[in-house]
Design a protein around this ligand. Structure first.
Ligand SMILES: Cc1cc2nc3c(=O)[nH]c(=O)nc-3n(C[C@H](O)[C@H](O)[C@H](O)COP(=O)(O)OP(=O)(O)OC[C@H]3O[C@@H](n4cnc5c(N)ncnc54)[C@H](O)[C@@H]3O)c2cc1C
Length: 306
């Protein structure tokens, strides 16, 4: 029986791990990967202490920091169900293992939303991609399309413009939604064309992607594309949670100012929650808060000796 199970090792979960360790809590961190969405960020310019750092490098530093402490880590491991028993929680993983903890911190973040159009599944890994940081260099001197006009789409466009021959940025809105700084950088690039009020309806090809169909003002248009980067947002990873855990309309876990959910002993932090802004520094801060709240809760329940 652990004091705390942490689910997810993105910025929220890693920070929660450091704080739990500093409170000498017996902690197990279970995660599908290390770093979460932060690994997808190519240029981070808004994490205090670093003027510019890549997501991969920042996560390496987070990981090094955590490794200084005694936190048990189960990597490449997904929690498939979490059950509340009388005085604890039991998490079952995709590998069939079961782990129990007095308290749980859910820091499972978000996953990309799919387009759900013909060709998306068929060409996944054959031109359809969800991470410009990971797959962008494969499209050197190729024509690519980025779907989505928010921060993720703008970030992907900026990265891809460094490799690709041309980037078509497609958004359903009449305007771009991301940060002004990113918008200005994208609009200043010669290699980028923006298609406003346009909806991608199909991804076509033979063995690999060759083009996309889009609708604009009820007119169908086909654009050449060897790469299609889907950047239309993400949804919270909560499928493993007990049904009684309260979620908002967006499927995010509702927490109070102390990261407590409506289920005693269950805390949550970062992008998976209803905290309004989704950023690395915010997720890390929320992870820290969730650990301190879990510690106080464990003390109050007399599960810990002072
Ligand atoms: C392309 C891109 C660029 C970004 N750029 C920036 C930026 O420049 N600056 C900035 O501040 N923010 C940026 N962000 C946002 C930032 O990455 C997120 O706000 C932050 O990573 C959220 O951290 P988190 O720990 O809450 O969740 P996540 O990073 O989503 O991590 C969730 C973790 O939970 C794990 N997990 C999920 N489900 C399970 C399960 N069932 N069992 C076990 N483990 C599970 C995942 O494997 C992952 O490790 C960017 C995001 C994207 C997508």
């Amino acid at each position: 029986m652990k004091d705390v199970l942490i689910i997810g090792a993105g910025p929220a979960g890693l920070s929660a791990g450091v704080y739990c360790a500093r409170k000498m809590l017996d902690t197990l961190l279970i995660s599908g990967d290390i770093g979460g969405q932060a690994m997808l960020s190519w240029e981070i310019e808004n994490y205090l202490g670093y003027q510019l750092i890549s997501g991969v490098e920042l996560v390496e530093r987070f990981r090094d920091h955590l490794e200084n402490f005694k936190v048990e880590l189960k990597e490449s491991c997904k929690v498939t169900s979490l059950v509340r028993t009388e005085e604890s929680f039991t998490a079952t993983t995709n590998k069939g293992d079961e782990f129990s903890g007095r308290a749980v911190i859910v820091a499972s973040g978000k996953v990309p939303i799919r387009l759900g159009i013909p060709g998306e599944d068929k060409y996944r890994g054959r031109g359809v991609a969800y991470c410009a940081t990971c797959d962008g260099p494969l499209f050197r001197d190729k024509e690519v399309a980025v779907i989505g006009g928010g921060n993720a789409g703008l970030g992907a466009t900026l990265q891809l413009a460094q490799f690709a021959r041309g980037v078509n940025l497609i958004t359903e809105e009449q305007y771009l939604r991301g940060d002004e700084v990113r918008q200005n950088r994208v609009l200043a690039l010669e290699a980028v064309d923006v298609f406003y009020s346009s909806r991608v309806t199909a991804i076509n090809g033979n063995t690999f992607v060759e083009s996309i169909d889009l609708m604009h003002d009820n007119e169908k248009r086909t654009l050449p594309a060897q790469g299609v980067f889907v950047e239309i947002g993400s949804k919270p990873s909560t499928s493993f949670l007990p049904v009684q855990v309260e979620l908002n309309d967006g499927g995010e876990i509702i927490i109070d100012a102390n990261n407590e959910t409506n289920t005693p002993g269950l805390f949550a932090a970062g992008d998976v929650t209803n905290v309004s802004e989704k950023q690395i520094i915010i997720a890390a801060g929320e992870g820290a808060k969730a650990s301190l709240s879990a510690y106080n809760w464990l003390l109050k329940q007399e599960y810990l000796r002072r």
